[in-house]
Write a protein that binds this ligand. Structure first.
Ligand code: ADP
Length: 168
């Protein structure tokens, strides 16, 4: 089941929340900063044990003080106008999260932020369509997939896109 929520992703009690991280996995602004603040310093300590996370790949850590048991860190592309493989890299970031979630074995619910649509500048409508197509492709493998948007306008845009993708 795909659910669209307007919420702060750090408050969601799902098995795993997804972080829109950077390749160094050293925390940052936006949703990354919010997740590290809410999880506590143990999260950064675990991230430091990873060599990094190239764009389009994903890394699993524990969730520490978050209600979520796990964080799946992925890195979306920086928007450079659209002719630099951004769409494929963004789709790959979502696919990598699903692969990591499946491999963990006990993750039944997960929540995604709108990867790449903040500081990385990916146009929101185009990114939302890629996100929702990926979620639809994996909806049967999990009990609950949440698309977590920070603002009401983005949540409504996701609802419109999901409706369009779902209609025959
Ligand atoms: P990126 O670097 O991948 O663009 P950002 O963190 O800058 O990542 O932004 C990604 C999206 O996350 C943006 O649409 C932003 O509005 C949203 N966002 C920021 N903080 C939160 C939060 N606490 N919960 C959910 N979404 C958030």
């Amino acid at each position: 089941m795909i659910e669209i929520l307007q919420a702060d992703i750090t408050t969601l009690a799902v098995d795993a929340i997804v972080n829109a991280a950077n390749e160094a996995l050293r925390g940052g602004g936006g949703v990354d900063g919010a997740i590290h603040r809410a999880a506590g310093p143990e999260l950064l300590a675990e991230c430091r044990r990873h060599p990094g996370c190239p764009t389009g790949t994903a890394v699993l850590t524990r969730g520490y003080r978050l209600p979520a048991r796990f964080v799946i860190h992925t890195v979306g592309p920086i928007w450079r106008g659209g002719a630099s493989g951004e769409a494929e890299l963004l789709a790959r970031a979502y696919e990598s999260v699903f692969e990591v979630a499946r491999a963990e074995g006990t993750i039944r619910s997960l929540a995604f932020p709108a990867i790449s649509t903040g500081v990385y500048g990916y146009p929101k409508a185009a990114a939302g369509e890629i996100a929702l197509r990926a979620m639809r492709a994996h909806a049967d493998e999990f009990d609950r997939i949440v698309a977590c948007l920070f603002d009401a306008e983005s949540a409504q845009a996701y609802r419109d896109t999901l409706g369009r993708l779902s209609s025959p």
